[in-house]
Design a protein around this ligand. Structure first.
Ligand code: NAD
Length: 312
């Protein structure tokens, strides 16, 4: 049993992680401002504490760390919208960069020894080769990606300053699954497609649909995060969290046709400006621990569609 504080624990990824930790018998504290997360994502459990707060609020966050005394902090809270970061870079910077520093510094002062940080494949920008390995060039192309990379560097700094501590910067690729809302400005293509398939509306593809992404099912992702939580290694590590399998947008359309039992109508629009053409993780580092993505895309799409239909 571990005492774990999860920032952003009421969000899409965070709430799946919290469920898994509670199932494993851990004591969990969620720290969330509920800006995009929801209490309905969280189950009631004696082992779960929920604190409503902003990670930029130094006093409140430090007091929460002091009261809960976590052995590990998993930092997921962020403004996760790439497009919003381009429109309002100062807001994203205050949450994703300064907020991250507040979290890390509070943990350092309180002696928290294990820190897991949600970074993003966005730090790579346009890939120079595929699959993308952790040491490949980083050319972040949005304020969101720049701040995520800065967060990794702050994490490394804090781990270097704290002997006996461990920190992992986890570069998530395209995470999908139930509870990812299609209506937010940063929603993934899978949740948007699921909403349209459920409503019998045409799917809209930006460009020719041959662009590829590495889609990782949220249940697989949180299994790996849990692995880092229980790992005994010290020091700083960076790891891609993706499947290593590229999937095109047209593959998704075919997958939804199978999941729904009928072929959805497709409309093509112009390609999105600045869109990365191909993205796929070299997942070797994550897989060296024995971890494998287990949920096949067809099964994952079917689960997302069922969840979407249940939303009414
Ligand atoms: N979903 C993906 O495909 C993906 C890919 C790469 C990286 N990530 C990263 O994973 C993390 C989780 O993403 P998600 O998809 O679950 O997004 P999400 O928006 O569902 O979750 C973010 C959570 O953080 C909370 N939050 C936001 N600002 C906060 C603040 N100032 N103080 C306290 N809480 C705050 C929100 O209320 C929400 O519960 C983020 O750091 C995101 O950048 C996600």
């Amino acid at each position: 049993m571990v005492r774990v504080l999860v920032t952003g624990g009421a969000g899409f990824i965070g709430s799946h992680l919290v469920d898994r930790l509670l199932d494993g018998g851990d004591r969990v504290c969620v720290y969330d401002d509920f800006s995009t997360g929801s209490r309905t994502n969280l189950r009631s459990a004696a082992e779960l504490e929920v604190v409503e707060g902003d990670i930029r609020d130094e006093n409140r966050f430090a007091a929460t760390v002091g009261d809960f005394a976590p052995e590990a902090v998993i930092h997921l809270a962020a403004n996760a919208s790439v497009s919003q970061s381009c429109e309002d870079p100062l807001l994203t910077h205050s949450v994703n960069s300064r907020g991250t520093l507040v979290v890390l510094e509070s943990c350092r002062r309180a002696g928290v020894r294990r820190l897991l940080y949600a970074s993003s494949a966005a730090v790579y920008g346009q890939a120079t080769k595929l699959p993308i390995a952790e040491e490949d060039p980083k050319t972040p192309e949005s304020p969101y990606a720049i701040d995520k990379l800065a967060g990794e560097m702050y994490l490394r700094f804090v781990v270097d300053q704290t002997p006996g501590s461990a920190g992992v910067a986890m570069r998530f690729f395209n995470v999908y699954g139930p509870r990812q809302h299609p209506d937010s400005p940063y929603s993934g293509v899978i949740s948007r497609f699921a909403e349209r398939v459920a409503a019998g509306r045409p799917l809209r593809i930006d460009g020719d649909g041959h662009q590829t992404r590495d889609f990782v099912y949220v249940g697989d992702l949180v299994r790996r995060i849990e692995g880092y939580l229980r790992d005994k290694a010290f020091g700083f590590e960076v790891a891609n969290l993706g499947t290593g399998v590229p999937t095109s947008i047209l593959d998704l359309v075919r997958g939804f046709a199978v999941a729904a039992g009928r072929t959805p109508e497709v409309q093509h629009g112009p390609p999105r400006v600045g869109d990365v053409r191909h993205s796929c993780a070299d997942a070797g580092r994550a897989m060296a621990s024995g971890w494998r993505a287990e949920v096949p895309l067809a099964e994952g799409l079917s689960r997302v569609l069922s969840w979407q239909r249940a939303q009414g």
